[in-house]
Every structure is written in structure tokens, then in C-alpha cells.
Design a protein around this ligand. Structure first.
Ligand SMILES: *[C@@H]1O[C@H](CO)[C@@H](O)[C@H](O)[C@H]1NC(C)=O
Length: 279
């Protein structure tokens, strides 16, 4: 049976694991971006050089500097996200012996998205709303109801992305389970693979709209008629890779971070099932 409460605790642990795996890459990215640019002296020549120098001078903990604030945000967010996911599954499960359908898993993931959107990430949502409002306001004041629709679309997009994220993970878990075995016995490397791919897919979907929006917003007035026009121009002039320019670091981080998140979640859930089977 599914326990949203256990999901909450295990999700928080998964969130901490996400950060433990992902934060070192953030540290390196920031150090590379902010190193002094004197021509005669380069502190770090690249990612690996920065990693090596940081660890040899400051130890492994040097990679984890400044992790407190993100940890305080990410762990509760993942706890609530997994809670929503568990609750969604619980609400839709009529017979504990019967696995949920893909649609039901997707909807459970959407519920997780609703929870995080409404509860944990108002800052992020407010930014999203402000962006929408500012742009629409400059078109015409009369478009108020249209703005509301845009805000709704914006939220809907976030929620469905969350549904897809969880669906990808669960789908891959089933896909990687050998015939006749239970999903709950899936090996660690396979859990890591399913989680890592879910993370990569999440960002693969998220990035192109970002690129289009920022190209649209920074272009000279009247250069583009809309986002579709930006897309067409970018594809014609630079090809599909234009949509992912400069995002190597994001992808490099997404795999290990999400792999660690789901593994942490699964391990914690198993532990909780042993120490508190009745919850
Ligand atoms: C999924 O992508 C969004 C960007 O659209 C990002 O904010 C979010 O943190 C990602 N989720 C995970 C678990 O990496």
C-alpha cells in the first residue's frame, strides 16, 4: 500500500541526495564563471582543473560551500512533491493488487506539481506571473482576461511537466524490470538510470521554451512576430542545437542529481517500511 506520509519523509531525503550530488557541479560552475579575468593569470583552466584545485586546497567539503540555503529549499520541496505523488496514487488506487495505469501515474505526478506550485514555490510562480503580466500589459490593457488565461497556461505547463517527470521515472522502472520480477526489487544501477533519464528529459523539455522567450525578449522591437517566429528563425539559421546553447552544465548536473534523488527516495522508503511498517 502507498503511504503519502512515508513518501513525504523519503522525498525529503531524496531532495537532500539531489543536492549532495548536484551541488559540487554548481560550485564549480560559479567558480569558473566568477574567476578574475586577468590575461596573464588563469586560476582555473576548466571544469576538471577547478574540481582538482578546489578539492586539493579545501578538501571535499570545499565543493559543498553554501549548500545550506538551497538545502533548506530543495528538501522540503521534494518532500511535498513526493507527498503529492503518493497521495495521487493512493486516491486513484482502488485495488492494491492492481498496478496504476500510465494516465493515473501521470495525474499523480500532476498532483505533485500542484502541491509544489501552490505551497513551496510561490517565489518562482510569482516571477512567472510577473513575466506574463509585463509582456501582456505592454500589448494592451484591455487584454486582462487574456492575461489570466496566460497565467493559467503557465501553471498548467508546470503541473503537466511534473506529471511527465514522474511518469518517465515509473515507466522506466517498469521497463527495466525483468519479466516475472517485482519492480520493488529493481537493482541500484537501474534505479539510477531511470531517475537520471527522468531528470534529463525534464530539462530537455524545459530549456527550448526558455531559449525562445529570452531571444524574444532581448530582440529589437518588431524583429519577431512571436515565439513561433523565433523558433523558425533559430532553426533556419543555427539548426536544432540553437535551442540548447550553453546548457551543457545543466545536463551534466541533471543526470547525477536526479539519479541520486530517486535512489535516495527508494532507499529511504525501504528503510521506513522496515522500521515503521504500520504508518
Ligand atoms: C525540472 O525542470 C524545471 C525547469 O523547467 C526545474 O525548475 C526543476 O527543478 C526540474 N526538476 C527537477 C527535479 O530537476
Amino acid at each position: 500500500s502507498i503511504s503519502p506520509l512515508k513518501n513525504f519523509v523519503a522525498g525529503g531525503f531524496g531532495g537532500a541526495c539531489l543536492l549532495l550530488a548536484g551541488h559540487p557541479l554548481d560550485t564549480i560552475k560559479v567558480r569558473l564563471q566568477t574567476q578574475p579575468k586577468a590575461a596573464q593569470y588563469v586560476l582555473y583552466t576548466g571544469t576538471y582543473d577547478c574540481l582538482r584545485k578546489t578539492v586539493s586546497k579545501e578538501g571535499i567539503l570545499g565543493l559543498y560551500k553554501g549548500m545550506g540555503a538551497p538545502l533548506a529549499g530543495v528538501a522540503p520541496m521534494m518532500a511535498i512533491s513526493f507527498f503529492g505523488f503518493g497521495l495521487g496514487k493512493q486516491l486513484q488506487q482502488t485495488d492494491p493488487g492492481k498496478p496504476l495505469t500510465h494516465t493515473q501515474i501521470f495525474l499523480s505526478g500532476c498532483l505533485a506539481g500542484v502541491f509544489t506550485t501552490v505551497i513551496v514555490a510561490p517565489g518562482e510562480r510569482i516571477k512567472c506571473l510577473l513575466q506574463v503580466r509585463r509582456k501582456s500589459a505592454s500589448y494592451c490593457h484591455k487584454l486582462k482576461h487574456r492575461t489570466n488565461r496566460k497565467v493559467f497556461e503557465c501553471l498548467l505547463e508546470d503541473v503537466s511537466k511534473n506529471g511527465l517527470y514522474f511518469l518517465t521515472y515509473e515507466y522506466l522502472k517498469h521497463f527495466l524490470t525483468p519479466e516475472g520480477q517485482s519492480v520493488s526489487q529493481l537493482s541500484t544501477p537501474k534505479i539510477l538510470l531511470a531517475g537520471g533519464v527522468a531528470g534529463i528529459l525534464n530539462w530537455t523539455i524545459a530549456l527550448p521554451p526558455d531559449v525562445l522567450k529570452s531571444n524574444f525578449q532581448t530582440a529589437a522591437d518588431g524583429k519577431y512576430r512571436g515565439l513561433v517566429d523565433v523558433l523558425r528563425t533559430l532553426l533556419r539559421e543555427e539548426g536544432p542545437k540553437a535551442l540548447y546553447k550553453g546548457f551543457n552544465a545543466v545536463f551534466l548536473r541533471a543526470f547525477p542529481a536526479n539519479a541520486a534523488c530517486f535512489l535516495g527516495f527508494e532507499v529511504a522508503l525501504k528503510g521506513l517500511n522496515i522500521i515503521a511498517p504500520g504508518w
